[in-house]
Design a protein around this ligand. Structure first.
Ligand code: AFP
Length: 340
């Protein structure tokens, strides 16, 4: 009998235990982040259960509303947003919430205010719901200096100021990937226990990958460096192999694969969308934070993504993120173009 393996199987590292362990390394910590995270985890478990039951519960279908991006909102988006807002407010640890589904930021009432600002997309990839493709929740957490008088500026900080970021993917399993600024860890929900268990400790993205991920249907409107990069993926220099293309159209799933297998995910600017499609605060920043923490890079076409200073809560940005060497290549193409 392999006692070491058995001990691992019986000594379960839950996400709460993991965060409490991390907390004990900071004696000044008051446990506020642990409490906040437990409310985020509750939201993820609820959405996971709703996504699993969606067909059965007849939750699928349009809710008859459009969100601030002009997209059709489905019932699961509405439900997920309500659950996350209520869970975050009731944690007593938040003062500002920015959700993809709400036009305005939510300022928490004084009695329930705490020192964190949470930016999130409660159900990203919702156009994939009806065909059962993986979707997810993305979140980022900032610390607010004066939470008694919160202002919108405190939600408009560069991504490098985030204290934590993560996503939960609702796929063939439910996986929560989290960074609190010292590496990246992945936890998988054990439905029989109702607990997220550490299954992917200290995730490091391969330095170079064999996969590129982009919506090539937009190729006719791309700029020179993006077009050249994708051309190089397909027709590399003599001696190297072409990269494979994988694109799900659900950022959480595409980024999750990129993080585990390596490669690059691109949502570039194009002539029709000069700022790209993805939103800075709750898509670009959290995913860029995770990539850097896993040893990769994230670039906007102009600068390090986490250096961006957003001016509006629903601002968009082009994004290229993934393996260190793959992002270096696209950076070199943009640098060469800037010189000409
Ligand atoms: P939906 O939430 O409308 O499905 O959009 C998903 C998303 O914001 C992101 O998850 C994907 O990476 C990206 O859009 C896909 O966009 P395209 O459909 O333009 O490729």
């Amino acid at each position: 009998m392999d006692h070491a393996a058995d001990a691992l199987r019986t000594d379960l590292m839950t996400i709460t235990r993991y965060v409490l362990n991390e907390q004990s390394k900071h004696p000044e910590s008051r446990g506020d982040f642990t409490i906040l995270l437990s409310h985020i985890v509750l939201g993820c478990k609820f959405v996971c259960s709703s996504v699993n039951k969606a067909g059965l519960a007849k939750l699928i279908g349009l809710a008859g509303e459009t969100n601030v991006q002009g997209e059709e909102q489905k019932k699961l988006d509405v439900l997920s947003n309500d659950v996350f807002v209520k869970a975050l407010v009731s944690s007593g640890r938040t003062c500002i919430l920015v959700s993809e589904e709400d036009e305005e930021a939510t300022f928490v009432e004084p009695a329930l205010r705490g020192r964190y600002c949470v930016v999130f997309d409660p159900l990203d990839g919702s156009s994939n719901i009806d065909c059962g493709v993986s979707i997810g929740t993305i979140f980022g957490v900032y610390m607010v200096k004066d939470f008694t008088e919160p202002t919108l500026d405190q939600a408009l900080q560069p991504g490098k100021n985030m204290v934590a970021a993560g996503y939960c993917m609702y796929g063939s399993s439910c996986t929560l990937v989290l960074s609190t600024g010292s590496g990246v860890n992945g936890f998988t929900l054990d439905p029989s226990l109702g607990e997220f268990i550490l299954t992917h400790p200290d995730i490091k993205i391969p330095k170079k990958g064999k996969i590129y991920s982009v919506n090539e249907g937009n190729a006719k409107n791309w700029d020179g460096p993006t077009a050249k990069y994708v051309e190089n993926c397909k027709f590399p220099k003599e001696g190297s192999s072409p990269k494979s293309l994988r694109y799900i159209g659900s950022m959480v799933a595409d980024v999750h694969r990129t993080l585990l297998y390596g490669g690059i995910f691109l949502y570039p600017a194009d002539k029709k969308s000069p700022s790209g499609k993805l939103r800075v605060l709750y898509e670009v920043f959290p995913m860029s934070f995770l990539m850097e923490q896993a040893g990769g890079q994230a670039f906007t076409g102009k600068e390090r993504a986490l250096d961006l200073l957003p001016k509006k809560i629903h601002e968009r940005s082009p994004i290229f993120l993934g393996s260190y060497d793959d992002v270096e290549e696209i950076k070199a193409l943009y640098a060469a173009e800037a010189k000409n």
